[in-house]
Design a protein around this ligand. Structure first.
Ligand code: ADP
Ligand code: G6P
Length: 489
């Protein structure tokens, strides 16, 4: 195996994530169509090219029958994907329940769902049992496809129990685990009844990675405070066994965006958008419709800006593109209604017969439409209440070489640590501050915009998804070699 540039390196990789890069839609008994999945994990991993990789995950659909499973496995094999089939009950308890109703809000410092806190507490044990069962099902599929020498790279909060399951199958398997969300302070993690089991299982991996140094530090503290283990500069040590813990900030495939902007269909789209919004500054939000993204807070800040700055009312428009996500989880359903209600109220308040201040779309845009939108934007608003990294901010910067627009970025997104010097950093909970930053961004002199953009563009084009993956995998290989040397001494 070789790299594209001829160098002899193509590590065999089994990527294991709950979500496959494509989600399946059933068209008939044995026919399926595959659609791109949304989310930062998929975006980042699709930007990783120079590996001999296969992807193991759930196709996002219940397939109870053998005919359907065979046909879907065949369709996915063409995309180098291997499905894990989860039944409806497991999906309900593991994915909707433990992953997205418990771990996700807790890891983003949002606590447990407000109204049904007691019900959630009661269902902890059964949901955690389903979580472990689902992780074991992933492990079975990995084990069936594993070949000696491959690296197994597990991703995200859905699969914290997987490293231990894999090592039980084969203690020599090279296992890495990477978290795409924040890892919270140990004070938050210790609320979980399953806190110790989760930590111990993750520690079974050879290398554990996070987006930022802070998340890595929180993880090490949780291991020392909750498990009583020893934290070292390299990671966590348990009876002579070291689990390496480090930060590996993710990136995007920036070239893909830069290249797309040159395509005639994207240029055409840019022209149409410029005509459509002529005479108005364009502000943009692109998010999954998730409570961590701070969409209601963002819209309220925009309302405050319009309230405080009447002269801007017919000169600026906010385009909020929000792809629905996890729609079976009640908290997400509530959020959708809340956002619709706020948008309707503000458009009623500030709209005219010919224009409204907010265009809100509950849907996904295709890649070219998204690039065009990023390119015509004057100010991007990323107001996550917490976010592991936030790749939308990177994508916006990659598409702004011509315009040099301004990024308003939450200080609670991992990206604040890499793009902070070029962006205007805000506390998304402070609506007055965000409203003031909108004014600052819209009035920013060209010279300052250029300087800020240059800083961010350099980062986004240098720290790519490929570099992230190569660094993680080579660190994992080194870690395993060092551990072998230590035990042979
Ligand atoms: P998260 O991983 O929480 O979804 P990120 O910002 O890291 O957040 O990644 C989101 C990814 O999903 C980006 O690649 C972005 O382009 C894509 N995405 C989000 N919302 C939409 C949308 N409405 N239409 C198309 N793509 C979207
Ligand atoms: C975030 C998570 C990913 C997840 C994505 C989309 O990026 O870190 O693991 O795939 O959101 O969410 P979904 O629940 O649709 O997979």
């Amino acid at each position: 195996c070789e790299r594209q540039d001829g160098r002899p390196f193509r590590q065999r990789l089994l990527v294991v994530a709950n979500r496959l890069p494509v989600s399946a839609v059933r068209r008939g008994e044995d026919s399926w169509s595959l659609e791109m999945s949304a989310g930062g994990l998929v975006t980042a991993l699709l930007g990783v090219k120079e590996f001999e990789a296969r992807w193991i995950g759930w196709a996002g659909v219940n397939v109870p029958d053998e005919i359907g499973q065979k046909a879907l496995s065949k369709a996915l094999a063409e995309k180098r994907c291997i499905p894990v089939f989860l039944d409806e009950e497991i999906v309900h308890q593991y994915y909707n329940g433990y992953c997205n109703n418990i771990l996700w809000p807790l890891f983003h410092y949002l606590g447990l769902p407000q109204e049904d806190r007691l019900a959630t507490t009661r269902s902890f044990q059964s949901q955690f049992a389903a979580y472990k069962k689902a992780n074991q099902m992933f492990a079975d599929v990995v084990n069936a496809h594993y070949e000696e020498g491959a690296v197994v790279w597990c991703h995200d909060y859905h699969l914290m129990y997987l490293p231990e399951c894999l090592k039980k199958y084969n203690s020599k398997m090279k296992v890495g685990w990477f978290l795409h969300t924040p890892f919270p302070s140990s004070e938050i993690h210790r609320m979980l009844p399953s806190r110790s089991e989760l930590l111990r299982s993750v520690l079974a991996a050879d290398l554990v990675g996070f987006h930022t140094y802070d998340y890595a530090r929180h993880f090490v503290s949780a291991c020392t405070r909750i498990l009583g283990l020893e934290g070292t500069p390299e990671g966590v040590e348990d009876q002579g066994k070291l689990t390496r813990v480090a930060a590996f900030p993710i990136g995007i495939d920036s070239e893909r965006f830069i290249h797309a902007l040159k395509l005639p269909q994207v240029q055409e789209h840019i022209k149409e958008l410029k005509e459509r919004f002529a005479g108005r500054k364009v502000m943009l939000g692109v998010d999954r419709l998730d409570m961590i993204k701070g969409i209601p807070q963002k819209i309220l800040a925009f309302e405050k800006f319009l309230e405080d700055n009447p002269s801007w009312r017919d000169k600026v428009v906010l385009l909020q593109i929000a792809v629905p996500t996890r729609t079976d989880v009640p908290e997400y359903q509530k959020l959708t209604s809340q956002v619709h209600e706020i948008v309707g109220r503000i458009n009623g308040r500030f709209g005219t017969l010919t224009a409204v201040p907010i265009h809100h779309l509950d849907r996904s845009l295709d890649f070219h439409a998204l690039c065009a939108l990023y390119a015509v934007t004057d100010v991007a608003l990323v107001t996550s209440l917490r976010d592991g990294m936030n790749l939308v901010s990177y994508e916006f910067v990659a598409c702004q070489e011509a315009k040099k627009g301004v990024l308003i970025l939450s200080e609670f997104a991992g990206a604040a640590q890499s793009l902070g010097a070029g962006a205007i950093l805000v506390n998304p909970w402070n609506i007055t501050e965000v409203a003031a930053s909108i004014g600052q961004a819209l009035n920013m002199p060209a010279e300052e915009r250029e300087k800020r953009h240059h800083h961010n563009f350099k980062h986004v084009t240098t720290h790519t998804a490929q570099e992230w993956a190569e660094t993680f995998v080579s660190e994992l290989n080194d870690t395993v070699v060092e551990a072998q040397l230590r035990t042979s001494k």
